[in-house]
Design a protein around this ligand. Sequence first.
Ligand code: NAI
Ligand code: MG
Length: 508
Amino acid sequence: MSNQSQIHRQYIDGEWRSSDGGESFVSENPATGEMLGRFQEGTATDVNRAVSAATRAFPDWRGLSYIDRAEYLWGIFEELRDRHRELGEIVTMECGKEISEGKADVTEAWHMVEWAAGNARHPHGEVVPSEIAGKDSYMRRKPRGVVGCITPWNFPVAIPFWHMAVTLVEGNTVVWKPAEQTPWCGQALAELFDAVGVPNGVFNLVQGFGETGAALVDHDDVDTVLFTGSAEVGHQIAGKVGSEPGKLAACEMGGKNAVVITEHADLDIAIHSAVMSSFKTTGQRCVSSERLIVHADIYDAFRDAFADVARDIALGDPLDDRTFMGPMVDADQVEKFSEYNELAKAEGADVLVDRSQLDDAEIPDGHEAGYWVGPFVYELDPDADARVLREEVFGPHVALLEYEGDIDRAIEIHNDTEYGLAGSIISEDYRQINRYRDYAEVGLGYANLPCIGAEVQLPFGGVKKSGNGYPSAREVIEAVTERTAWTLNNGSEIQMAQGLSADIKTGE
Ligand code: NAI
Ligand code: MG
């Protein structure tokens, strides 16, 4: 970073403010172990200050027109585009995903900003007919107020804008807590908001860990929480917030996603889709696939080809565009991956590829202190009572599950998890595809494609344990606004619907 000795502060009420706490933490490059910067850890007092600033800023901000609010976001859109390479490299350096993914993260962010700012000029609400000819009814929206945004490290620029872009255009103010693994991205985005001159208090940044996030969730003046991250934390937040009247939490969590490869699959498309689904972002996407459900007729051919790619996949410096897989994000994630690999063996897996401990020669020079792992691929009986088939690992940990019978059998295996985020079917038979489309329990479904790669104009979200499907483009509007059903009488008499009498009867 520009100044290694500097300790970066919170961004509150349009100013860089020192935390009252005195604790700080570092951001580390997971490919090298190098320190990227030091950041103050926000306390409950900092969260308080940020929420107060956001509360004070709310009346004036909601008083602007949609179009005027969107103007600020267009400023951010320009900055994101102009600084594409630089910001993409920051993403790659801080979270370890290879550079095309780092840059795509920034592109996805400006797409989201473009969607939200463009939507400011589109109709909001609806004109609804009334039973009474003289009444005009409308469905209108109001902002909810201060929105707390809590985001994960794996899309450290894109996900914050999924949360904040629509939220701000709709007239809310924001307090954002980025992931502790990617505070530099948080800092860079706060600098963007500062540079475009968003009014003081409309956007606030508080850095820190789960405790800081929890202070934001617990704050009485934060009625709306947008959360993307683990199921564990998301369900905890949803439970807490759900018990408080008037509060709402929109949570987007993980998955135990799968690719179904039927006997009618094109083998090349199957392998290509499976490799992308399982190994992009080193398996650390919420939509990454950890299960490949493959028909017996094609199983051996698929297994051999997939295992060959897994043995050979290019690991390396994520800033080098020849790299396919960068490191994992941190030591905790490596440990979790190793534990699940061991568990797979204990649960009866036949291991095909185990690159969980890499040879020194496989680790790029100068990157010895990084969090390097390779693919772990195994075969297991789809009916095994195995935790590794149901719990999210968040790494290149992939089960090959062979099935016999028809598409319904594949769908049964596919749905045998509490999660329901993303999935894909590879088949040349449209009946199989449509059956999967209608019965696979997912929020995001694909055919003859990887199960990754959502675009911002599509709804994004899961079913079952994976989420309540809000933090995305159009859907997030529901979470950050309140609807008003508004009716105006044009007549000179009061007339009621449903034949209800409007006569006032008195004793006379
Ligand atoms: P996490 O859910 O702990 O963290 C996500 C965000 O929530 C971070 O900003 C974190 O500081 C914050 N947070 C943590 N505890 C909190 C609390 N009690 N109250 C409020 N905010 C809190 O995810 P983490 O630790 O990064 O990863 C753990 C696992 O979560 C991964 O192994 C993976 O399975 C899953 N995950 C899924 C993601 C997805 O894209 N769906 C993204 C990141 C993690
Ligand atoms: Mg955590």
